[in-house]
Design a protein around this ligand. Sequence first.
Ligand code: ASP
Length: 450
Amino acid sequence: MSPSFSSRMHRGLLASTALLLAPLGCVTSSQAGAARDEAALRTDEPPRVKPKWGLVIHGGAGVISRENLTPEREAAMRAALTQALQAGHAVLAKGGRSMDAVTAAIRVMEDSPYFNAGKGAVFNHDGVNELDAAVMDGKSRMAGAVAGVHHIQNPIDLARLVMEKSPHVMMVGDGAEAFAQSQGMPLVDAKYFFTEERWQGLQRALEQEKAKGAPPAEQGQPSTQGLSPAQPSAPGQPPTPGATLGQPVTPAQPPASAPQPGHPATPAQPSSPAQLPTKGATPATPAQPVTPAQPQPGSSLTPGVDPITGDHKFGTVGAVALDMDGNLAAGTSTGGMTNKRFGRVGDAPIIGAGTYADERCAVSATGHGEFFIRYTVARDICARVEYQDLPLPEAANYVINDVLVKAGGEGGVIAMDRQGHVAMPFNSSGMYRGYINEDGTPTVAIFQQP
Ligand code: ASP
């Protein structure tokens, strides 16, 4: 680290300490305050003072510009990130386990409508919120994951139940929800996950798809599968304010309701192969300079753009923590990608792709999941630490800003090692992220540059 960079970081840390002593809800969104935060949380540098324990979180990566983020929205998101950091810190400060800190922090973000997880999850092609999550404990290498669940308020808790109360690592769909019920976890009506913003996001994605010439039969036909509670009574209208929040439902028997007027209850038809999202570009050879993959002719893959939605934001949430006993843990929770279909599952619940922890290293990812799966991003970072003895920030930065950039995969990770070093590299213009250590001062950042 250069001396000038070090002193800049040091100044930033001091400044953000003062800034973030403001009570929750009073977090300023002033440019000056934000700039100090950004300086304190550059993408891939460890904190100057190595902590004994700490917590790092993310709330998604993507094209996040100051122009598109209103001051109110920015303040609300910073406040939510701060609250998540404080929830995890409260666990660690009492000598609690890193796994408890991870799930406490993620629950706060799942309960917030601002992130693509839990309450704020995006809609799939059928107008349903379909959630994935995973946890991994570094010391024991036990892991739990769920995918494609529709009625779980906090999927991170169900992932943990899979890890702790079953002999399995991963459960999906109705089976995962039946397991939740067997463990006394209540199911919530799918209406709980409705937000107008996400609904409009799906409508935009469907319009874009229509403009590209997808056959009408594919345009967001409501599914007969568990759709009615999540579906507004009229397109774009919120569902009836519900007494249904938190009410148990039976997972395999979605409440019967008529399809929307004008929309026959036909499940979405598979598209022709030509309309499937195009796979990633062939990775460049390692010797070549780091250049983002170019879009293929006729392909929907544009660097930095979700090929499914054309959107530039992701929004998954994740946390990694190191506790006083030196144990690491990681967790990730997501609604996946807007307009996803065919039971698509991203990287978040795939151990080694979007979530991974061992004795040395813990990682949670956000970004274009298909790339993170194919490049086994989380495990690759930890393998470089283990086999090459690379410093964590170097390993994380290499995978995100070299390997993934060459491949055309957008996103970022948060990572910690057992010495408490932190890395938060991302190759998009922004990543919602935050860090807290034993001094208890939460620091959050969003943009690449101050
Ligand atoms: N990685 C997630 C997925 O592909 C998306 C995200 O990070 O928001 O499902």
